[in-house]
Design a protein around this ligand. Structure first.
Ligand SMILES: *Cc1c(COP(=O)(O)O)cnc(C)c1O
Length: 450
């Protein structure tokens, strides 16, 4: 099997993250306080998340932000991650395109999520927090934050979406193995959870609900901070380590991408691979295309509405200007749990609106077909989320074949799927289905946005 991998030496590792907000031609519109409807301030955000993360969130001026040395030390355990030329996949497709992927699945927790969990836990500890709390859908973010909390000496409480708590017991065990306390959400331990369970006793949970619970816990517990795994600008910032490395690794390969692809849940891994290359479109006139691949069952980028909406079901978060399906939207229970979020980040939403990036949606069956071809040709079982990026990359490569173009395609492999074999089992036994959703269902929820 032909494969070529590119790494960086320790001294070549980027020591700063890239803040796209400094270079955006149109800055994102401000997030608004849910109470006052005034633009949110660092002070207000810092009640919920670490002050450093809050100031990164609203930083529109500094292009480069230093990675703290204790975080660099942890990055060096697993970074650089490999950039791989996917010859096996190219041969199987018979495409003249050159396909590269950045393999974030080699992190200790199996996904890109640790890149942001480490700095967030570090900042909380530095600022005197003792506890940290969050939500998790499929479990990857909860796993990453559980481990990062252990590393920096914080107690971690995770609200896990109930359906995945029950369907994916091993994810829960992994979080518990790292010492986290895991609660299925909605739970009776918060007012938000009680309210939802009173109305819907059999509620199976959603990310929006779990966020409400974690936010409430953070706001009502002394020395407890909340941390997010996606959607927010500071999370995208931390993930730019992916694209900054990839840029240097592509130089070693002597190539520059024509198309950059990432799967899309809240936008963190897509931002991570895309933003460092996007700066060359904005500053140096490069013409790279950026494609976010979302599931057809949760199509906020391709069919959502740009508006002010909450990030959680109960409306505890600031109001964010974003592409959204409505904060009450409860997506079908597809296996790519990490992509089942109703909205996109504020930065991403502005970029999409301004035509600096594109989005495509993918059916569930198509993504598993792509994932299995990737597994057979590259030897890695991809996370169901990552399969969306692979499917989009294959579409691009097939178009190159039709048109006889040898473009350079780069996609992010956000995680491995070794904890998701139930999903592959179901695909292989023919019991998986597609979940497209009707315009009525989409409009019903969007109309509820105030
Ligand atoms: C969480 C997750 C995603 C989706 O989240 P983004 O913030 O959109 O990146 C994608 N892939 C994997 C492996 C994940 O764990």
């Amino acid at each position: 099997m032909k494969q070529k991998r590119y790494f960086l030496s320790e001294s070549e590792l980027p020591k700063q993250w890239y803040n796209l907000q400094a270079d955006m031609p149109k800055k994102p519109q401000p997030m608004l306080s849910a109470k006052t409807k005034e633009p949110i301030t660092v002070d207000e955000l810092a009640k919920l998340i670490s002050r450093e993360a809050a100031s990164q969130e609203l930083n529109m001026t500094d292009r480069w932000i230093d990675i703290p040395e204790p975080v660099m030390e942890m990055y060096r355990y697993y970074r650089s991650t490999p950039l791989v030329r996917a010859y096996g996949l190219e041969d199987a497709l018979g495409t003249p395109a050159h396909i590269y992927f950045k393999n974030e699945s080699v992190s200790p927790v199996g996904s890109h999520k640790l890149n942001s969990a480490l700095p967030q836990a570090y900042y909380c500890k530095q600022e005197g927090a003792t506890n940290i709390t969050t939500e998790t859908g499929a479990g990857q973010w909860g796993t990453a934050l559980s481990y990062a909390s252990k590393v920096f000496g914080l107690e971690c409480a995770v609200y896990q979406v109930k359906i995945s708590y029950n369907q994916k017991p091993y994810r829960r065990s992994v979080m518990q193995a790292f010492g986290a306390q895991v609660t299925p959400s909605p739970s009776m331990s918060t007012r938000a959870g009680k309210d939802i369970l009173t109305l819907y006793p059999n509620h199976q949970g959603s990310l929006g609900t779990a966020i409400s619970e974690a936010v409430e816990l953070a706001l009502t517990t002394p020395n407890c901070k909340y941390a997010l795994g996606s959607v927010m600008g500071h999370v995208s910032l931390h993930q730019t380590i992916i694209g900054l490395e990839a840029e240097l690794q592509m130089q070693k390969a002597g190539e520059y991408p024509d198309v950059v692809i990432g799967c899309f849940g809240g936008g963190s891994n897509f931002s991570g691979i895309a933003f460092p290359f996007m700066r060359h479109n904005i500053l140096d006139g490069k013409k790279t295309r950026f494609v976010a691949a979302e599931p057809e069952s949760c199509p906020k980028l391709t069919r959502g509405k740009f508006c002010y909406d909450y990030g959680d079901e109960s409306g505890y978060t600031p109001l964010m200007p974003m592409f959204s399906l409505g904060h009450k939207f409860c997506p079908p229970n597809i296996h790519a749990g990490g992509l089942r979020y109703h909205g996109a980040g504020v930065i991403i939403s502005q970029l999409l609106k301004d035509g600096l990036m594109e989005a495509v949606d993918m059916s569930q069956l198509k993504t598993f077909e792509a994932g299995l071809l990737f597994a057979k040709t590259e030897g890695i079982i991809p996370a169901p989320e990552s399969c969306h990026a692979i499917a989009a990359a294959i579409d691009e490569a097939n178009r190159c074949k039709e048109n006889g173009e040898s473009k350079v395609i780069l996609f992010n492999l956000s995680g491995h799927g070794l904890m998701d074999m139930t999903a592959y089992d179901q695909y292989l036994s023919g019991s998986l289905t597609n979940y497209s959703i009707s315009d009525e269902d989409i409009n019903k929820n969007i109309e509820q946005i105030k």
